[in-house]
Design a protein around this ligand. Structure first.
Ligand code: SF4
Length: 303
């Protein structure tokens, strides 16, 4: 199977879940505190104004065809494990596309408006191709995930929250934990994996603080080009991530108190849904609402 291993350790297949469910209680009932997910942390690192428009102003963004396909493929892979081992086949995955798509459309009828120019057939064919690639990377019949789409939330010592959703958690009979994330895009070039690993280390940090054990492996499954990226985390690097995320949150709070979220241009601006509002491109963002800042960050602009 194609793959790149960032550390010399093979993943452990988990025929039986062995995780203590109490240790990963998602606490979905608990009120949401100001805080960060890996995606929002990446937003701020990419562009403070983008972070503001998404997190504070909460401006809607039309889903892109690629993002919608990613949602569909994630949902199909999640649902595939409802079937018993032995029945998790490429055909079974393909059969799930239509009903899962119908659920997505029922939840948001605008979904049908964003299909590729190639039309529905081409869009579904691309989703099927991603699922076929999945079967070249893993045999889901040899896996019994302990968790799928697991929400994880951790209140930090500073009283703010780190949170995220783990695509899949495998636990081996010996207790070894593997954190798995599906990507429908292509893998990063050799030497450029650190940004991709940031999200996984973030999850590893959350899980290690919640369970008192560093996960044994982080695995990114790139369906765009059929690559597995694996990494064995350790406590030292998780401590680095913890300090880095805390410093990032401090920087965000500082921006909130100053009421300043400056645009930071990059090639990624070509994909920004808020470009028309961006001063770097001649636009004007909406006035900053102090109440919205407080709701999102727990601090108010000082002037
Ligand atoms: S267009 Fe670029 S600089 Fe402007 S908000 Fe979007 S990401 Fe930031």
């Amino acid at each position: 199977m194609p793959g790149r291993t960032l550390a010399d350790v093979e993943p452990t297949v988990a025929p039986e879940p062995a995780l203590d469910p109490e240790s990963l209680e998602p606490e979905e009932e608990r009120p949401r505190l100001p805080g960060l997910s890996p995606s929002r942390a990446s937003d701020y690192q990419q562009c403070p104004l983008l972070f503001r428009l998404r997190v504070i102003d909460r401006l809607p963004e039309p889903p892109s065809p690629a993002a919608l396909r990613g949602t569909l493929v994630h949902a199909v892979l999640e649902r595939l494990f409802d079937r018993p081992a032995g029945q998790r086949t490429p055909d079974a995955a393909a059969d799930l596309l239509a009903p899962v798509w119908a659920e997505l459309v029922a939840a948001d009828p605008r979904a049908t408006e964003v299909l590729d120019e190639g039309g529905e057939d081409g869009w579904f064919a691309a989703a099927r191709a991603l699922l076929e690639t999945y079967f070249t990377l893993e045999d889901p019949n040899r896996l019994e995930p302990a968790e799928r789409e697991l929400p994880v939330r951790l209140v930090t010592e500073g009283g703010w929250e780190m949170r995220g959703i783990v695509d899949r958690l495998d636990v081996a009979p010996n207790g070894a934990v593997r954190v798995v994330d599906y990507k429908t895009g292509r893998s990063p070039r050799e030497g450029f994996e650190s940004s991709a690993l940031f999200q996984m280390r973030f999850y590893a940090l959350l899980l290690s603080r919640l369970r008192g054990r560093v996960p044994d492996m982080l695995q990114l499954v790139y369906l765009g080009d059929g690559v597995l990226l694996r990494h064995v985390p350790d406590e030292r690097e998780l401590a680095v991530i913890e300090r880095r995320v805390a410093a990032l949150w401090d920087s965000i709070l500082d921006a909130g108190r100053r009421g300043e979220f400056a645009p930071r241009t990059s090639p990624l601006c070509d994909w920004c849904a808020h470009r028309a509002l961006c001063p770097a491109f001649g636009g004007t963002p909406p006035p900053l609402d102090p109440d919205a800042v407080e709701r999102a960050l727990g601090v108010r602009p000082e002037s």
